[in-house]
Design a protein around this ligand. Structure first.
Ligand SMILES: Cc1ncc(C[n+]2csc(CCOP(=O)(O)OP(=O)(O)O)c2C)c(N)n1
Length: 542
């Protein structure tokens, strides 16, 4: 064998990893290179995979999360060990809380140094353990031969069970090792099918219900057709969590949207005699209460058995892939004569929505007006990434969604600053879809550096900054409790000048018409556009 032929055939472990990932359909990675990961980067180039360079690894993990939500495919990040991993921890933990598929590939100190405390560069004592609490599994690879099974196990998590991040650490002395054998894709296990007896029981309970209600979370994405059929058949109002928004279009006469923050919707849930809960843990990040009241019988469909017994328990716990279970449930209901009729459900929805609308505070009305403007400027399939700002809390119910996978608010982990990097990841994963980030003046500062990434990638990305000159949600809490304000009124930069210095456009609209036009322009611009809205502006209140 000639030298050239030998070079082509024998790959380093780093190259083989990326070649294998390309075979798993990975087209993009988000990351930051280091001397530890040089061979991984050699592999990225050779496999023809796109690399998006973050400005801080927190941005990389959040971009990977946004990519996963927009595409349904795992987001992948490539990081150095030690600080790369600890910087990225926030985005990995968020993906864990929100059940998103993410593959984290990190470098690590040389295998022989690990656990010794010799002071190796980027050394972390037990790096795999650092992320163990917020990944499906986290492994330190010792031999290249361990890689194919570890990657297959990661994809078994992503495709065959509740998706969650997986972290594979690759020591810097393992990555350059030669790999002679061909690594191939292993087929992922099938997802669990529902127990037919449990489906029959669920159908019977729903058919006999007088005031049923359906509550859909992110795990119900993909069930739209059957969810709609079930809702219409049994006359059930449909509530959604933030992650479940749009599975049933908001314009449907049985949709309550994501109004679980609102009192009349909470009351309807409490009073329903049968609740069908699909793909959701009903986390407080969506409703801001320690626990929701549910007094009716709960039918739960979830792929994760732990969810089916947690907090609220279930009268009928169905462990299954939600798409298969909802299909089976719709068929089981087709032969039954439900007690509750569609028209009754529709009347309940009208009444609940009217009561919710009466209760809006002045600030919520101001927010709702902004969302009406944004809705008018954004196409139906636009993806909105909303940070933890008051405008977005209101948006959960005030921004109607007609399609799924178009509204994200990560209120469970609720780490300020997620919206901008997630929007970048989403726009890169789904370039054909309009994407917009919405963040407060406090939240946006956590990850504003990633505007540089968005500019470098020339993304047509509107970034709306809701500026109320404070960390208002917390300032309000202090005011309500009579606590003097401490640490909640940070000085903001000149956002427009900051955006421009990072090669972005910056605009400060002075009317709703201008706001709508700024968003439309930003969606086709050659660079990202920061759009600053000042809560104190007179035009907003007009
Ligand atoms: C990483 C992180 N640190 C602190 C908090 C606590 N926190 C929740 S909301 C909030 C205020 C956010 O301010 P801003 O982004 O300006 O939005 P506003 O509430 O003013 O609308 C803070 C500090 C958090 N959620 N995440």
């Amino acid at each position: 064998m000639g030298r050239e032929e030998e070079r082509v055939q024998a790959m380093t472990c780093g190259e083989a990893v990326m070649k294998l990932l390309a075979a798993y359909d990975v087209d993009t990675v988000f990351g930051m290179a280091g001397t530890m990961t040089l061979d991984l980067y050699r592999g990225i180039g050779r496999a023809g995979i796109r690399h998006v360079q973050c400005r801080n690894e927190q941005g990389a993990s959040l971009m990977a999360d946004g990519y996963a939500r927009a595409t349904g495919k795992p987001g992948v990040c490539t990081l150095i060990g030690g600080p790369g991993v600890t910087n990225a921890a926030t985005g990995i933990a968020q993906a864990y809380c929100d059940s998103q598929p993410m593959l984290v590939l990190s470098g690590a100190s040389p295998a022989v140094t690990q656990g010794k405390g010799w002071g190796a560069i980027h050394e972390l004592n037990d790096q795999a353990a650092v992320t163990a609490g917020f990944t499906a599994f986290s492994t330190m690879i010792r031999y290249p031969e361990e890689v194919p099974e570890s990657v297959a196990r990661a994809y078994a998590v992503f495709r065959g069970s509740r998706p969650r991040p997986v972290h594979l650490s690759l020591p810097r002395d393992v990555l350059p090792l030669r790999v002679e054998s061909e690594w191939t894709v292993r087929r992922a296990p099938s997802r669990p099918m529902p127990d037919p007896a449990a489906i029959e029981e669920a159908a019977e309970r729903l058919a006999r219900a007088r005031s049923p209600l359906i509550f859909a979370g992110g795990g119900a994405v993909g069930t739209g057709r059957d969810l709609r059929e079930i809702a219409e058949r049994v006359g059930a109002p449909v509530l959604a969590t933030n992650a479940g928004k749009g599975i049933l279009p908001y314009s449907h006469s049985l949709s309550l949207g994501c109004s679980i923050l609102q009192a009349a919707s909470q009351q309807a849930l409490a009073e329903a005699d049968v609740v069908l809960l699909v793909g959701s843990e009903v986390a407080p990040g969506d409703h801001f209460l320690p626990r929701l009241e549910i007094s009716g019988d709960l039918i739960r469909i979830d792929i994760d058995p732990a969810e089916l017994i947690s907090v609220y328990g279930a009268a009928v716990p169905i462990q299954a892939d939600a798409v298969a279970a909802m299909r089976a449930l719709a068929s089981a209901l087709a032969s039954r004569q439900p007690v509750s009729q569609r028209s009754q459900g529709e009347a309940r929805v009208r009444e609940i929505l009217a009561r919710n609308a009466e209760k809006l505070t002045a600030l919520e009305q101001l927010h709702a007006r902004v969302w009406r403007t944004l809705r008018s400027a954004l196409p139906a399939d636009a993806i909105v990434m909303g940070d933890a700002t008051q405008l977005v809390y209101t948006g959960s119910f005030a921004m109607p969604a007609e399609v799924e996978r178009c509204w994200y608010y990560s209120g469970n982990y609720c780490a300020l600053g997620f919206a901008l990097p997630m929007a970048i990841g989403a726009k890169i994963g789904a370039p054909g879809r309009p994407v917009v980030a919405v963040a407060g003046d406090g939240g946006v500062m956590f990850t504003i550096n990633e505007l540089a990434t968005a500019a470098e990638e020339r993304l047509a990305l509107p970034v709306i900054v809701w500026n109320n000159d404070s960390l208002k949600a917390i300032a309000d809490g202090m005011d309500e409790r009579g606590i003097p304000r401490i640490g909640v009124e940070p000085q903001s930069p000149d956002f427009i000048a900051l955006a421009q210095s990072l090669r972005c456009h910056g605009v400060r609209p002075t009317s709703h018409e201008q706001l709508a036009q700024s968003v439309r322009d930003a969606l086709v611009a050659d660079q990202p556009t920061l759009i600053e809205l000042r809560e104190s502006s007179a035009w907003l209140a007009a």
